[in-house]
Design a protein around this ligand. Structure first.
Ligand code: PEP
Length: 255
């Protein structure tokens, strides 16, 4: 069975005091053994301080990393540096990195490989723009994004895919559970083609895009939706705990 994974991507939000207070408030409301994975992804500069208050029941990761191990790369952060401050995960290929910061598939592949080589686990984000969905290009885009960064030279044991339709991120327009399920089933099928059925069956695929406490259980109740990558709603403990509750209540998928 696949274990659900609910992750909060804090993006460029909060201040140091609020970041630490948020972790403590999530911990206070989290069951001792939630039975699902719960993670927070603070801005780089707060990682070490958040690690100091992070309970064992929670995971911490970064929102990005560079693909080189070190050197003259002003402003960049190496995967090993993230490990040094307590990260076990990193998000790669978030739509804001692709579409605002201009990261290409070629760069993202290097990042995925470098993060895995350093021993980090990776949330690799994929998702179509509204114009691509309207032009019936969703599957073409998802296939391209999967094949750009994953494949024979990348093992998937430490990789989670997040399906995040760009039109649903931060817009309040959530994909319907049926739309999410359709895209997740397609992604799982693509992974089966690229790897094999057993790898595809084990792969955790999160949904992201305006997830809230009120829609979390229904979304995560879809057979191929194994968790959520949450932006805005992860900044409020009560809302994030409501999403976690939805993940706990939703049945696990897979064999
Ligand atoms: C995200 O940034 O990954 C995200 C899904 O944001 P939001 O939940 O705010 O739509």
């Amino acid at each position: 069975m696949r274990r659900k994974f609910v992750a909060g991507n804090w993006k460029m939000n909060l201040n140091l005091a609020d970041a630490k207070a948020l972790v403590k408030a999530i911990q206070a409301g989290l069951p001792a053994k939630p039975g699902i994975d719960v993670g927070v992804f603070p801005p780089f500069v707060y990682l070490k301080s958040v690690a100091e208050v992070l309970p064992p029941s929670m995971i911490m990761g970064a929102q990005n990393c560079y693909f080189e191990a070190g050197g003259a790369f002003t402003g960049e952060v190496a995967p090993q540096m993230l490990k040094d401050v307590g990260c076990t995960w990193v998000i790669i290929g978030h739509s804001e990195r692709r579409h605002i910061l201009g990261e290409t598939g070629e760069v993202l592949k290097k990042k995925v490989k470098a993060a895995l080589a350093a021993g980090l686990r990776v949330i690799y984000c994929v998702g179509e723009l509204l114009a691509e969905r309207e032009a019936n290009q969703t599957e073409v885009v998802l296939r391209r994004q999967i094949r750009e960064a994953l494949g024979a030279d990348v093992t998937l044991d430490s990789v989670v895919i997040a399906y995040e339709p760009v039109w649903a991120i931060g817009t309040g327009k959530t994909a319907t559970p049926a739309q999410a399920q359709e895209a997740h089933a397609f992604i799982r099928g693509e992974i089966a083609n690229l790897y094999n059925g057993s790898v595809a069956d084990k792969l955790i695929i999160q949904y992201g895009g305006s997830v809230k406490a009120s829609n979390a259980q229904e979304l995560m109740g879809q057979p191929d939706v194994d968790g959520a990558l949450v932006g805005g709603a992860s900044l409020k403990a009560v809302e994030f705990l409501g999403i976690i509750k939805g993940g706990i209540a939703a049945p696990a998928g897979g064999k």
